[in-house]
Design a binder for this molecule. Structure first.
Ligand code: PLP
Length: 280
């Protein structure tokens, strides 16, 4: 099941071709995207997702996304989705055809959740730490690297996942040249010590996570301490729990890091997911 809606609000056949072969999103990865979790017709964190889409677009010097149009297409996809339950909603915005009139391409695609994401939510994941190859101080100095933009150029992220899988792991946590923790290829790292949640800052060249944001909001209200601050790779194994937060996978527990079992954080994971769910 897939539901496709073009940015002008028209429903389109997901099995028919719609993109031009010279679309710069396709041939150069020159575009941005978001993946929103929709539960029983309600999009989660749509505001923060659209904020991040606009932030990414600005970093690429794309035309400012038309927020009302994106809200409209989101509604059209949701209304056309035939079943209750969960859906992943992709919002894609590219620079458009290279030999076109300069109009960007935009569409929204509703998809079922992958069985792997659903399995990982339940079972937790094993992860490996991998070098991302930059020092956080490059982020400010080299804005053309687009660190922290959610661009369509995810080939590096997907290659890291395949590298992890070849080593028998499910997931990746990137670290920077100074050994500070960054993020996963499609997730935000959250480290728990006692009643304190920590996540690395977006200024280190990573995405501000909407799921992590929702979790921290709920945790703040429930009296936990939340900190957005750098921490080192060595600290990952010393916490009471290590989690990967993402829209589709929610708060997924890491049970094994670099081949070594972490302390059982099943109960902590259930508590964090309950906190996250309390936002909706
Ligand atoms: N970091 C990266 C690189 C991602 O691709 C994603 C989501 O796909 C995230 C973090 C988590 O963001 P969110 O919680 O908004 O899904």
């Amino acid at each position: 099941m897939r539901v496709l809606v073009m940015l002008d609000g028209t429903l389109a056949d997901p099995d028919a071709p719609h993109l031009r072969v010279d679309d710069l999103g396709l041939i150069r990865g020159d575009g941005v995207f978001e993946t929103v979790l929709v539960v029983d017709g309600a999009p989660r964190e749509l505001g923060p997702h659209l904020d991040r889409l606009a932030r990414s677009a600005r970093m690429l010097d794309l035309p400012e996304p038309d927020r009302a149009a994106w809200e409209r297409v989101t509604r059209v996809v949701i209304d056309a989705w035939p079943e209750p339950g969960e859906m992943a909603l992709k919002l894609v915005y590219t620079r458009g055809p290279e030999f076109g009139d300069g109009t960007p391409t935009g569409f929204a695609l509703g998809l079922p959740l992958s069985p792997k994401a659903l399995r990982n939510r339940e079972s937790g994941v094993s992860a490996v730490t991998l070098a991302r190859g930059f020092d956080p101080d490059i982020v400010e100095r080299a804005p053309w690297l687009l660190l922290g933009a959610k661009t369509l150029s995810y080939a590096v992220n997907m290659a890291a996942m395949r590298h992890a899988e070849a080593r028998g792991a499910d997931e990746v946590i990137f670290f920077a040249a100074d050994d500070s923790v960054l993020e996963g290829p499609t997730s935000t790292a959250v480290l728990v010590n006692g009643r304190t949640l920590r996540t690395p800052p977006p200024s280190s060249g990573i995405l501000p996570g909407t799921t992590q944001g929702a979790l921290f909001r709920a945790a703040d209200r429930a009296g936990w301490t939340t900190k957005v601050e750098p921490f080192s790779r060595a600290e990952l194994a010393r916490g009471d729990g290590l989690f990967l937060a993402s829209s589709v996978r929610k708060i997924t527990r890491v049970h094994t890091l670099d081949g070594i079992a972490l302390p059982d954080s099943g109960a902590l994971g259930a508590e964090l997911n309950a906190l996250y769910e309390s936002e909706y």
